[in-house]
Write a protein that binds this ligand. Sequence first.
Ligand SMILES: Cc1ncc(COP(=O)(O)O)c(C=O)c1O
Length: 456
Amino acid sequence: MTAKTKKILLNETELPTSWYNIVADMKTKPLPMLNPATKQAVSEEDLYPLFARELARQELNQNDTWIEIPDAVREQYKIYRPTPLVRAYGLEKALDTPAHIYFKNESVSPVGSHKLNSALPQAYYCKQDGATNITTETGAGQWGTALSFAAKVFGLELAVYMVKISYEQKPYRRSLMQTWGAQVIASPSMSTKAGRKILTAQPNYQGSLGTAISEAIELAMQTPNCKYALGSVLNHVSLHQTVIGLEAEKQMELAGEYPDVVIGCFGGGSNFSGICFPFLRHSLREGRKTRYIAAEPASCPKLTHGVFEYDFGDESGYTPLLPMFTLGHNFAPSNIHAGGLRYHGAGSIVSQLLRDGLIEAVDIKQLESFEAGVLFARSEGIVPAPESAHAIAAAINEALKAKEEGKRKTILFNLSGHGLIDMSAYDQYLSGNMINYSLEKEDIEKNIEKIEKQLR
Ligand SMILES: Cc1ncc(COP(=O)(O)O)c(C=O)c1O
């Protein structure tokens, strides 16, 4: 019997030296962000009060295909990168599929997810810009955890607004952030105007990423030498995450395969962008036929059931207007355990790619995602984050389709994080107490109508 290669590893010297900026290769560029007051395109300078200058530059950069990764960031990446690419033989066997399934294992980062890929450069550029403090929001706590470590590495004080439902469901994520020295506040809180407004109207509101973003922006605007950092949605975040796909591209080459399908779960779009964009560049430049599938929760389906509109990135309307697939910025998602996917909108690059038919989206119900997560844990040994389980469910569906069609297909998905701090969610699933949240078409339409009226 010949030995089968399970893990495809790169060494430190093969760590990418640049991030890939897909916008430079897009024929139809994403529409610009707009200033909500003037409806004019936002300039780099408009973003300076909130973001580090280099991040503002990266956000609006449509020309440079490659953006160099600073040495200080590459040094920190070396703690956990390059991450392994793994052939999921166990899962293939469990599904009895002719498909070859690979996953990029971002769960090996010290914080447990892909979020550190952008947290490190964001903290680095904020420090370079003279900031002493930063603020952010976090859903399930993965982004806040990553930024807590990155802030410590680069000597910044961090305040994190954590969506209240996750603050209560995932106390160990809060402990992790505090261990790395961050201050963590449950959102909505009484510490900001945005929080007070929503709590006065709905005292039991369990929070949303949109509200937590408003609170973090408000604090950043009021604090001297303070910048704001966002863990998804924006172009510069997707840019940083391309280290995932750039490494995966080399590793697939070493495996002697090229993916027919690339899959990522979808919150605001950063890990999906990270795994897909480097492969998409071959579709854009050489017309290579690959499918790219974003897996979102059925209870927060902006890509599959939302509209393409200019909308705010946060609940209170503090951000510029972004051209995005959205459910409306005050959409209150159900309390699913995949807290990182409870976001009303999608980044403007992925939104444009979806409009142009270059990527696809599927929606996955909560129970289906946990069923997939448990099968993955039992066949590959890793307990996936509830968010990542959406990508696994989509990969399983593709592998089963390949079986039905009797086709040999190569599937690559991103394992964006592990679920070891999400075990209360698994407990609920295993004890049969988990439910699917349904979302009526009329409720989505009503919410979107409300937003459209507000923005006109
Ligand atoms: C493990 C994990 N995967 C995926 C996501 C979704 O975010 P994004 O779409 O930016 O990758 C999150 C967000 O918190 C997360 O924690």
